[in-house]
Write a protein that binds this ligand. Structure first.
Ligand code: AAL
Length: 422
């Protein structure tokens, strides 16, 4: 009986072995039908090498630093029927204190919309961020906001920022709060959008704020990339220091280059040391940064070869493209719970406040704040934010139509072609 069972088992195994069809060897080792999640051990093209080496996932939906962005209009803020006399723009990062969210922003309330540097005066703004103060608002949910009023007013002449204080960002350091902002000492646009960075500090996010009344991030030396403007100050705590990222406009008026630099300090009031190999990001404008894993991630928008990319630097200095996306938040100020914790395990972001400029056209030029949502977080998995196709109706594309000059150029090309064919 025992032998009968053994022989039955042998026959069964041999049948099974006949059933297993030999896997066809990858004849020419071609790329497999199902994309491997780890780099396959076959010869790859440059593009496929990059797909495995440069990104955190083989497709956007697996890439923690890829996301779409969704937008929501804020409730609670008045814009005087969008007549251009009130602007709110360039929001700070969002923090959560005293059971509510806080955001600071550039606030302008002037009798007219901006009229340009030549027509500006003590009451007529040259630009949307001229003759501004820093105001703030609070919220329980991040959608409806209650304006609290002025945080940092323009100081008296000749203190730094007497013409306008704009584009602020918040740092919490050893229990105190610091607002960094652009301090304009002339109307923006006289020479260019020229300003250093100043700072005010407080024991409470509700103030009162004391102005340091000195340039805390000075302009660069003559002919340096940041000689005229230190914009978009953006402090984080990293490697036990204050890492303050900033942008500068360099190059000729009307043909500006925007680059992102870094200055670090052990004390919020400085001295700040600029990174010797500045700029650290070759593109961007109002660049948003946040701790991610052991490094720093950046939302790089609008200007430069690498605009509309999410970038990452393990050391917070050497940035590489981590993903390519679209409809990114403009001047995004995210809610970053670990912005100031000197984390080595940055968890990322899911929402924040951004802005839209030139709302309602240039004659009533002003900006509004809005909320953005995304999934650039290690703690959230929102497949709807990881899609790579945005559908837009044809009308959206037709709004981005040809200029008169482009129509003329095409007409000339057609005439030239028809002449040459006669
Ligand atoms: C913004 C920022 C800075 C510039 C101006 C107001 O988007 O880049 O703040 O100075 O534009």
């Amino acid at each position: 009986m025992k032998y009968l069972a053994i022989s039955f088992l042998v026959i069964l195994m041999s049948c099974n072995s006949k059933k297993t069809v030999e896997k066809p060897a990858l004849e020419e080792k071609g790329f497999p039908f199902l994309m491997p999640h780890t780099k396959p051990d076959i010869k790859l093209s440059t593009a496929m090498e990059r797909n495995y080496d440069a990104y955190m996932g083989v497709q956007p939906k697996f890439n923690e630093l890829y996301s779409q962005f969704k937008y929501t209009a804020l409730k609670g803020l008045d814009y005087s029927n969008h007549d251009g006399t009130i602007t709110r723009r360039d929001p700070s990062k969002v923090i959560f204190e005293n059971g509510k969210y806080y955001v600071w922003y550039t606030y302008r309330h002037t009798k007219t919309p901006p009229k340009g540097a030549d027509l500006s005066s003590e009451t007529i703004p040259s630009a949307d961020w001229d003759l501004c103060d820093i105001w703030y608002a609070t919220s329980k949910d991040g959608f409806t906001w209650e304006e609290q009023g002025v945080a940092v007013p323009r100081p008296e002449k000749p203190n730094v920022g007497w013409r306008s204080v704009a584009t602020s960002d918040i740092l919490k350091w050893k229990g105190k709060y610091y607002l960094y902002y652009q301090g304009f000492n002339e109307a923006s646009g006289k020479r260019g959008d020229d300003c250093p960075v100043a700072v005010s500090y407080s024991d409470s996010p509700d103030g009162p704020w004391t102005a340091f009344n000195k340039e805390v991030i000075p302009n660069g030396g003559k002919d340096q990339w940041d000689q005229f403007s230190i914009h978009d100050p953006y402090p984080l705590v990293h490697n036990g220091k204050i890492y303050l990222y900033y942008k500068s406009d360099s190059g000729k008026k009307g043909d500006l280059t925007r680059l992102q630099g870094l200055a670090t300090a052990d004390d919020p009031l400085g001295p700040f040391t600029k990174y010797p190999q500045n700029p650290v990001i070759n593109s961007g404008h109002e660049t948003t940064m946040f701790p991610f894993k052991e490094g720093i991630a950046a939302l790089v928008i609008k200007d430069g070869n690498e605009h509309f990319t999410v970038q990452y630097a393990k050391d917070g200095i050497n940035f590489n493209i981590a993903s390519i996306t679209e409809l990114m938040p403009i001047a995004g100020g995210p809610f970053i719970p670990d912005a100031f914790t000197d984390t080595k395990d940055g968890r990322g972001i899911t929402w924040g406040i951004s802005h839209f400029t030139a709302v309602n056209g240039w004659s009533t030029n002003h900006s509004i704040l809005a909320r953005f949502d995304c999934d650039l977080s290690l703690d959230v998995d929102d497949p709807n934010m990881k899609k790579s196709q945005y559908y837009r109706k044809p009308e959206f594309y037709f709004k981005h139509g040809l200029s008169g000059q482009q129509v003329k150029r095409i007409k000339k090309e057609n005439e030239k072609l028809s002449k040459s064919s006669n």
